[in-house]
Structure formats: C-alpha cells, structure tokens
Design a protein around this ligand. Structure first.
Ligand SMILES: [Zn+2]
Length: 442
C-alpha cells in the first residue's frame, strides 16, 4: 500500500473552485449522485504492472441532507478501508458503486473521505456504436503492458472512486507510482519526479476544476519535451519510444493549432497544455493533457489536435451539465475544426452540413435527443456545427467571432445546458434563437 501521509491542507480558494450543483443525468442516470459535490480529489495511485493500489482523499460538500454517500467504483476494485473525517466508515458494494454509511450529514457541510482500494482494473463497455470505442471505457492495458484511458461519457470509476458525472467538477492533485523505467502521466502540471522504493513517482497538479470524464492517466516508458506557446504557456509532448518519430510533427502542429485558437477562441483557459500519445484507437480532449492514439496522430494530426485543443475552451472550461448537452462540446469544436481546415468555407457551408445532419439523424437520432446507445455519433458533431454556421451567416463573421470568444470567458469553469446557451445567445444577438436551435437539434 502507498505510505500513509498526513492530509495536505488545501487552500480555501481551491475548494471553493470545486463547488458545483450536481444533477441527476437524464441519459445515464446510474452515473450521477446529486447528494455529493466533490470539491477536490487527492489521488495516490500505485501500479505494479498488474495490480492497482489506490488511496483517494475526497474532500466534498454534502449537496443535500443525507446519511450515505454513493460513489462509483468498478466492482473489480475492492475497498480495503475508508474513513470519514478521520473515523472508520462501512461501505456496501452494489454493482459498480460504493455506498458509505456516513451518518447524518447536513446540506452544505464539508467532509473528507479517505478510501483505500486494490484490484486489477479493466475497461467497461461504451454506450456507443463508434469503432474507436470498441476497446471499452476507462482503464486499458495494451498488449505491451502500457496503460491508457478514454472515458467519455464515464469510466474514471474503473481506476478511482468518483462522482463520475460532468455536473460535478472538482480540483485534482495526483501522485502516480509506477515501476522504475516507466512514468505515470496525469492531467495538469508535473510538479515533481522522484525515485522512491524502486518506483518512479510523479506528482501532478491541475489548476482549474475538471469533470471526471476529462481526467486521464497513461503509464509507459514515456519521454517528454515542452514547446513554449505564443502566450508563454508550455505545451508538453509525452511519447513512448516507439512513437518518438512523431515528436517534430506534433511540436509544429501544436504551435500552429494553438496560435490559431488564441486568435479565434481567445485566451487559453488553463495554465498548461499538452498531449500524451497512447496505443489506443481514439483521441480525447482530457483537460490540459490531450490523450491521443498513435494511429490517429499519424494519419490525422491535423485536424485532430486542433479539435481536441478547441475543446479546452469549449467542453472543458465551460462544460455540459449532463450528457444531453454533449452537442455543445462537439458543435463548437467541430465548427472550429472546419474553419481551420477550410478557411474559405467552401466545403462546410450550411447547406452541406444540413445534408450531412439529416443523414446522421437517421442513424443516431436528433443531436438534442440522441439515441443513448449511440453516444458521440456524427449527429452531435455535424448538426450543432451546422447551427453555428447558420448563426455566423446570419449575424456576420465579426459578430460570430465575438460570440465564440465570449461564450467560454463568460462561463469559465461552469456547467451549462441548452437552456443556458439559448438564453445567453438570445441576449447576445438581441433575437430569439429558439427556432435556430430547434431546427438543427430536434
Ligand atoms: Zn470532440
């Protein structure tokens, strides 16, 4: 087990930044738990190549009066002990949940839950028809023994106990202990690397609150380098030895994409950015540290890096309150990607997107109420991108660009839904846009 260390004293501002209003998810209801508002996760993850031993120190706020706290944790991870505010608490394990008998907790009260667990993690099935999601969600171990994760819409629960829902953003600090010769990569900034008892130990700090689906971990013989972006912030590239030849191309494309987004989307919302290249099939906008499959980086570096970087503004800094609103993430990122790829607007005009949107609806339903078994299908990308294109044609490029920049700035670190977006857009444009949304989303 990882050594027991006294709980770090968290700065008040760090905890306040993690305050959210958790909601029940209308699409994947088992994943949300509105009685808990996670403020900060202190993760300690010890990996020996097969077994994960973890300690999670969760600082949370009771979002309502309650006598139990339910978190998600994969059933193949056994809870070995748990304390609430220093006192032992018992835990039940229904399915992939863990329910702690906390005794009466008053709404608004703040507590620290420390959970120790151990097991052999693995992925869970994705509610999706996408070919790049067949390997499953959450913790994946490649044939070579390297570890990576993809976990949208859920899957963080395959490696730590978590309120695994986007309505509950929280701050994160993580310590990752892996066999010597390997490195554990997490979100945020690497604050320390050391050798301890035959292991490489890395410590990570995330500067703004994040939703759990935007956390990432990758373990392997990683080497890193950093590129300075035009705003002075670092973009760090983490590569396995077999993928090393990608480094110059990624460095060049990162600078190009990031510079373009600074002009188009406005100031970058976090302290750092980067990419960890893994052996998986997909790519994901994990907060400040994009997780990208080697195959995709080889064949579609441009525009995939731009797309995942764009999500740092649209989806990460301002995020969806539930999975009904995933189109808000993908609409903006797709429209940005289309502007980047096709600055003259010849390929992706409103008419072309309308045709593509109609086809995507046949397969996966309307973007605003998609088939829940077809998570992240083409509909939630193309249809809202078409809506934004029509908006741009209506208000003009200058007004559209101002709207695109104001949206993440005015909703920084917050969670939003269709109603929030519509009310805000009506105010910004001075017109009722409900018909625009209805036509593209319903
Ligand atoms: Zn995306």
């Amino acid at each position: 087990m990882p050594a027991v260390r006294p709980a770090p004293v968290l700065p008040e501002a760090s905890l306040v930044a993690g305050v959210s209003t958790p909601v029940e998810d209308p699409y994947y209801p088992g994943t949300s738990n509105p009685e808990v508002d996670a403020l900060h996760y202190g993760l300690d993850l010890d990996w020996d190549g097969r077994t994960l031993r973890g300690v999670t120190q969760l600082t949370f706020r009771a979002a309502r009066d309650t006598t139990t706290i339910r978190l998600a944790l994969a059933r193949n991870l056994a809870v070995t002990s748990a304390t609430l505010d220093g006192r032992a608490v018992s835990a039940r394990r229904p399915g992939n949940d863990v329910v702690f008998a906390t005794g009466a907790l008053a709404q608004g009260s703040r507590h620290v839950l420390v959970i120790r667990y151990v097991g052999r993690p693995g992925p869970v099935k994705a509610p999706s028809g996408r070919p790049d999601m067949t390997e499953g969600l959450g913790w994946n171990r490649s044939p070579a023994g390297n570890v990576y994760t993809f976990q949208e819409p859920y899957g963080a629960f395959t490696w730590y106990p978590v309120h695994d829902h986007p309505s509950d953003k929280a701050r994160y600090d993580a310590t990752v202990r892996v066999p010597r010769g390997q490195v554990g990569v997490f979100n945020g900034s690497l604050t320390k690397t050391e050798s301890l008892r035959g292991k490489t130990v890395t410590r990570w700090h995330l500067d703004r609150p994040a939703a759990s689906y935007l956390t990432t971990i990758a373990i392997g013989a990683y080497k890193h380098s950093a590129v300075r972006m035009p705003d002075g912030k670092p973009f760090t590239i983490w590569l396995l030895p077999a993928h090393e030849k990608l480094r110059p191309a990624i460095a060049k494309e990162a600078l190009r994409s990031y510079s373009w987004l600074l002009k188009k989307a406005g100031p970058y919302p976090f302290a750092s950015s980067g990419v960890v290249v893994v052996e998986g099939a997909s790519a994901m906008e994990t907060q400040t540290m994009i997780t990208a499959g080697y195959g995709i980086m080889q064949t579609e570096l441009n525009p995939v890096l731009l797309h995942e970087l764009a999500h740092q503004w649209y989806g990460n800094s301002v995020g969806p309150i539930d999975w009904l609103a995933v189109w808000l993430n993908e609409g903006w990122a797709t429209r940005m990607q289309q502007d980047y790829e096709d600055p003259q607007g010849a390929m992706f005009d409103a008419q072309a997107l309308d045709t593509m949107c109609r086809w995507s609806r046949v397969i996966a339903g309307p973007a605003g109420r998609y088939d829940p078994k077809r998570f992240a299908d083409d509909n939630v990308y193309i249809c809202p991108a078409g809506m934004l294109t029509e908006l741009r044609d209506k208000v003009g490029v200058a007004a559209y660009d101002a709207i695109a920049q104001a949206w993440p700035v005015e909703h920084r670190d917050r969670t939003v839904n269709r109603a929030t977006f519509l009310a805000w857009l009506n105010e910004k444009t001075g017109q009722d846009q409900s018909d625009l949304l209805r036509r593209w989303l319903d």
